[in-house]
Design a protein around this ligand. Structure first.
Ligand SMILES: C[S@@+](CC[C@H](N)C(=O)[O-])C[C@H]1O[C@@H](n2cnc3c(N)ncnc32)[C@H](O)[C@@H]1O
Length: 484
């Protein structure tokens, strides 16, 4: 049996031995050998005599072991040293077993195993100025609320404050890279967008370059034996100077579905949140060329997006009393295929009583764009909107339920032509494709709309007017925006 087969058998055995409850608690989802191989092969050759490798959150040590074998078999390095860090002592037997297999065959292989908390060791290594040429990780995923006090103290000292353990691991690891070092990690996609990760993304993009991203098409493919259904990516970060990022979108572990993109097609200068886009090769150049030429944003248009302030299950002032001073509530059910239909059957209470507390939750009569916060599989588009018009108001105010976002200007409505133009833009197929580049989930957050490049106000109004006057017959709406 070759060493990789032995390592894979060890992984399978460890998976059987770890109790399911503990597996979930400690996020012990071990990387199958085909993926570990693929990840290791993403590293470039290393021309120096000695190469140092780090495997943090090593589990059974499979990633570090397979990565070491790549360099040992290359014959280019006279000395390969591996550092594996795993805090669960129950996994040490497997980890040591894997390392021993390699040591039995290669005399130029040296291994150090730390049965400790990675945060603690990382702090020590950073203080001592120790770095690694290659780092390979499949870190634990858990919310920062699970972090213990000792860890929080270390993170504070090191100025690491990210929302998840996996992003903490990434940040600590890229800081441990040597000058031309490379880091390959298999992690959830969630760090690519969402405002919680903005600080993490900005810091990361300042310190390292994204050389490679592999997005798995199916959520179920990678850790299927463990029942993990998160969208997962393999990412390679480098300290080297590079010009492009290679992107692969496939369930297959090969190069067939890959394409190289310039950095300005992955992150956009005028995006306040520095979202990381994952473009697919079909249509992509056209999308980026068109959308990135738009120089405005919601903010620059002087507009804002807010989330509806009525949370149905905890709102005290819901009522069925149809008094003129109470505000009618706009619910998600009222937004139907681009239209607002207030007559649809709705079992929820229709009004919000007006008083000093609820006044702040109301919007005055006007024109607003309403956007659903969730899209569903049956929806063709991610952004599902409806125009709430002045005519929908049968009294001075309305209010919006929490499953909806709304676009407004200083808490009031927008001009009619602007509303029509903006709504048409948000509903373009090309905008839908653009949003899919950075968002892997069906949620649409206010920050997603803020990060979207927008046409300028004149264009939006002009297109809006054409739509209102039904004068766009000869052109597709997309052409109106892009062939001004
Ligand atoms: C998702 S598993 C991956 C294991 C292995 N790298 C692989 O790819 O199969 C993450 C591992 O990190 C370990 N771990 C979690 N937090 C840790 C910490 N703070 N320090 C060291 N190890 C940790 C867990 O016990 C678990 O074995």
């Amino acid at each position: 049996m070759d060493i990789i087969e032995i390592i894979e058998n060890n992984r399978i055995q460890a998976t059987k031995d770890v109790e399911i409850s503990k597996q979930k608690l400690y996020e012990q989802y071990f990387t199958p050998s085909d993926i570990a191989n693929y990840m290791s092969n993403l590293f470039s050759n290393f021309e120096k005599e000695n190469i140092s490798i780090l495997d943090a959150g090593a589990g059974v040590g499979n990633l570090g072991a397979i990565c070491s074998l790549k360099y040992l078999n290359s014959g280019k390095n006279s000395f390969v040293s591996l550092t594996s860090i795993e805090w669960d002592k129950n996994l040490l037997e497997y980890l040591k077993g894997n390392i021993q297999e390699i040591q039995n065959k290669y005399i130029n292989f040296h291994a150090s195993i730390y049965n400790e908390d990675f945060y603690f060791i990382a702090q020590k290594l950073l203080t001592e100025g120790i770095s690694f040429d290659r780092i390979i990780i499949n870190p634990p995923y858990s919310l920062i609320s699970k972090t213990n006090n000792e860890q929080l103290e270390i993170l504070k000292k090191l100025d690491v404050s990210t929302p998840n353990t996996y992003s903490n691991f990434i940040e600590l690891c890229y800081r441990l890279l040597s000058d031309k070092g490379e880091l390959v990690a298999i992690v959830p996609r969630s760090f690519c967008n969402g405002t919680r990760f903005t600080k993490f993304r900005k810091k990361m993009l300042k310190n390292v370059k994204i050389e490679f991203i592999h997005l798995f098409e199916s959520r179920k493919e990678v850790f299927k034996e463990y029942g993990v259904f998160q969208e997962v990516v393999i990412i390679k970060l480098t300290k080297k100077k590079i010009k492009k990022t290679k992107i692969c979108i496939s369930d297959k572990l090969n190069d067939n579905c890959c394409e190289k993109f310039n950095f300005d097609q992955i992150t956009f200068k005028n995006d306040p949140y520095s979202f990381i886009h994952i473009p697919s090769k079909t249509d992509d150049l056209e999308i980026v060329n068109k959308i990135s030429k738009l120089s405005s944003s919601l903010n620059e248009l002087g507009l804002s997006i807010s989330t509806g302030k009525v949370v149905e299950y905890r709102e005290e002032y819901l009522t069925e009393e149809d008094y003129i001073e109470n505000a009618r509530i706009l619910y998600q059910r009222h937004v139907r295929s681009d239209e607002i239909d207030l007559s649809v059957y709705n079992p929820s209470k229709p009004f919000l009583k007006q008083n000093e507390i609820t006044k702040k939750k109301m919007i005055p009569k006007g024109n607003y764009i309403i956007i659903k916060r969730m899209s569903y599989k049956e929806n063709k588009k991610r952004i599902n909107t409806g125009i709430l018009k002045k005519e929908h108001f049968d009294r001075t105010h309305m209010t919006v339920e929490n499953h909806l976002n709304y676009i407004h200007k200083d808490s009031c409505g927008l001009d009619e032509n602007l509303i029509y133009g903006l709504n048409a833009y948000l509903n373009l197929e090309i905008v839908d494709k653009y949003v899919r580049r950075f968002s892997g989930h069906t949620q649409i957050n206010a920050s997603d709309i803020c990060s979207l490049p927008m046409p300028n106000i004149e264009v939006l109004k002009k297109v809006g007017e054409k739509i209102m006057n039904k004068k766009n017959n000869d052109y597709s709406i997309e052409e109106l925006f892009f062939n001004k």
